[in-house]
Ligand binder design. Structure first.
Ligand SMILES: *Cc1c(COP(=O)(O)O)cnc(C)c1O
Length: 359
């Protein structure tokens, strides 16, 4: 579609055109019901079908083991920061956190409001440009929490830490479904949908049954995972439309050939841009340590802010939008989630070379 931009926005982010079109097609009259899916009861067979299809697609694509519950909750990934600590840090207990950037820092702050916790490692000393390799785990910690992809700092865990049997919990908001994954390594995975899964408004959670059973009792009903597990995410009205959109995005991933294929294309896209950075004789400077570079959010700096500003505005003239780095770090960030097309990465790599020549 000629009027669609190359959308490098970090989230909400670009979604697959076929999923958007399907939603448009079905929007006014969902499967001959004479109404939209968003006008349908969340207890209707139609919506239950949507919910079950979404779950089974996620299970199939990520090969989620049978002893995991899949939940769809509101409140964003940010609510999970608090819910996790409330549910899983026992009274007088503690939890371990690895701090790799802005979102980990927020998760740690929320845990700190609720309970004791230990920062087992941090890369704050170098402005979070790397993923730590040494951890100071507390033997009594109830779990270890990581952020698998650091959306703002441009780093990503490519190998996960060995927690010596401690439950590993992960915020995967910005790289879920971008690669194949051994879900069994994690007691819990959660992700706000608006980067790789669909629109904002729903958080997808995978939680292992045995681990879920360790949750504290006596919490407010809505803040207890047990409530949502028992009611299959239907304790109250769930985010109906976002869940429906996640289903369409999962169908698109399946049509692409699943996560192996999506992973391959994501790497190709990232290689194009990192090669352009590394081949620029320092004109573009990657901000993340090479071995920890993110495949999803590629961050770089240029000689000065004026040049960066010019880069961003000239890129926009070429239909390359959303390249401004997060306001807290500045610079340039190309977010290229699953739905971002390979062609857009080619265009950006080309533009980077052209811009360097002319400036
Ligand atoms: C965007 C993002 C969040 C915040 O998600 P909300 O759904 O807006 O609360 C949390 N963690 C990571 C890694 C993110 O990229």
């Amino acid at each position: 579609m000629a009027d669609r931009i190359y959308n490098f926005n970090p989230g909400p982010a670009t979604l697959p055109l076929p999923a958007l079109k399907k939603a448009q097609e079905e929007f006014l009259n969902y499967r001959e019901t004479g109404m939209s899916i968003i006008e349908t009861s969340h207890r209707s067979p139609e919506f239950e079908g949507v919910l079950e299809d979404t779950k089974s697609l996620i299970k199939e694509l990520l090969k989620v083991p049978d002893d995991y519950h899949i939940l769809f909750l509101g409140g964003g990934a940010s609510l999970q920061f608090a819910m996790i600590a409330m549910n899983f840090i026992p009274e007088a207990g503690s939890a371990d956190y690895i701090n790799t950037g802005t979102w980990s820092t927020k998760a740690i702050k929320e845990a700190g409001i609720i309970a004791r916790h230990n920062v087992a490692a941090t890369s704050e000393d170098k402005n979070f440009c790397y993923i730590p390799e040494k951890f100071n785990f507390d033997p009594n910690a109830a779990y270890v929490h990581i952020t698998t992809n650091n959306t703002i700092k441009g780093t990503q865990w490519h190998e996960f830490p060995d927690t010596a049997g401690k439950p590993l919990l992960a915020d995967m908001s910005s790289d879920i479904m971008s690669r194949t994954l051994d879900v069994a390594k994690f007691a819990m995975i959660y992700a706000g949908a608006q980067k790789n899964l669909g629109p904002s408004g729903v958080t997808v959670i995978m939680i292992q049954d045995e681990f879920a059973k360790t949750a504290r009792e006596g919490l407010p009903t809505m803040l207890s995972y047990d409530t949502h597990i028992k009611k299959n995410s239907l304790f109250n009205t769930p985010p109906v439309f976002p869940i429906y959109m996640v289903k369409l995005v999962m169908e698109w991933i399946k049509d692409q050939g699943g996560l192996e294929e999506v992973d391959k294309i994501n790497r190709k896209k990232a290689d194009l841009i990192y090669d352009a950075i590394d081949g620029s004789d320092g004109y573009y400077k990657g901000t993340a340590q090479k071995k920890d570079r993110s495949i999803m959010n590629l961050t770089m700096r240029m000689e000065n802010e004026d040049l960066e500003k010019k880069f961003i505005s000239k890129a926009k003239e070429k239909n390359l939008h959303g390249l401004k780095g997060h306001r807290s770090v500045g610079g340039i960030r190309a977010s290229m989630y699953n739905a971002f097309p390979l062609e857009g990465a080619e265009k950006l790599a080309e533009f980077m070379q052209q811009f360097k020549k002319n400036n």
